[in-house]
Design a protein around this ligand. Structure first.
Ligand code: FE
Ligand code: FE
Ligand code: ZN
Length: 292
């Protein structure tokens, strides 16, 4: 198995996919993940065809397979609640457009946080999510959706294999629905990642291991089962570098590994990306204490 490793990178309206790719290359990554705009808003620009073509040429030169490049939907989409029908439909339309944007970018995978059931039960939330996705799939020809394994913060849906399975079971076109694991989320949801293979056994039995199309690699600031969702740099959190390495190099899952660890000095003027060092540490299988 070839290691496919990258990180979350920025996507600007001027440089678009080419800017994202160049950032990834500067980290010596062979894949990357992007948001097509702000993570917190649904404001989106037009995808420039020329830039996209150029980016795909450069990907080819650098042996980056576009099938390994991941898009992430903005956090504010929430298909779980349906008490406000107007909002629910807005999210459906926005996500439909988002899938069309993926298609315009020549990328075929988008990660989605399933949703948070704040005005209904989780059971109803699961039905609402599946209904929305079925509608989106009917109106878009391509693009696969990867449901992210969540930390179980508040009323978040998708923090167990069974909840993800419950959504997938209700999806009409099963060829377009997949799962994205997230090591921080799994830890916070209550899974001891020292027993990752046992988790995979259960996942394989209930959903199928081939449904895992991406893994977010993050350490966690909190203990197992904290239901918090605060990412840490690899080797600095409670999961540990060695446990994360075992997951990264696990031969049973053949899919991209994407870092979403926090910037060093985040929010300050000298904030810097940790991804180049973290990718190097992962490739060398050796932890280096690079954060003062
Ligand atoms: Fe996410
Ligand atoms: Fe994630
Ligand atoms: Zn998270």
């Amino acid at each position: 198995m070839k290691l496919v490793i990258g990180s979350h990178v920025s996507f600007t309206s001027s440089k678009q996919l080419l800017g994202s790719l160049n950032e990834a290359l500067s980290y010596n990554a062979n894949t990357f993940m992007l948001y097509t705009g702000s993570t917190q808003s649904t404001k989106r620009g037009v995808i420039d065809e020329k830039i996209t073509l150029k980016a795909h040429e450069l990907m080819k030169e650098n042996e980056i397979d576009p099938k390994n490049v991941i898009v992430h939907a903005p956090y504010i989409i929430n298909f779980a609640n349906r008490s406000d029908e107007e909002k629910y439909n807005f999210y459906i339309n926005f996500f439909t457009e988002e899938l069309n944007r993926c298609n315009a970018l020549g990328l075929d995978k988008i990660v989605l946080h399933p949703g948070s059931a704040t005005t209904c039960t989780k059971e109803e939330g699961i039905k609402n999510i599946a209904y929305a996705l079925n509608k989106v799939f009917k109106n878009t020809p391509y693009t696969n959706v990867l449901l992210e394994f969540m930390a179980g913060k508040g009323n978040e849906i998708g923090s167990s294999i069974d909840e993800l399975k419950a959504i997938i079971d209700l999806i009409e076109d099963k060829t377009r629905i997949y799962v994205c694991l997230d090591t921080c989320h799994m830890n916070d949801a209550g899974i001891d990642l020292n027993y990752f293979d046992e988790f995979l056994n259960e996942f394989d039995k209930k959903i199928g291991i081939n449904k895992i199309k991406c893994i977010h690699i993050n350490d966690s600031k909190n203990v197992v089962g904290a239901h918090k969702d605060r990412h840490d740099n690899i080797g600095y959190g409670t999961i540990s570098f060695d446990t994360l390495l075992n997951i990264i190099y696990n031969e049973r899952i053949d899919c991209p590994r994407i870092l979403e660890t926090p910037y060093i000095n985040r929010g300050e003027k000298d904030a810097t990306s940790p991804y180049k060092q973290e990718i190097e540490m992962i490739r060398n299988k050796k932890f280096i204490d690079f954060i003062q």
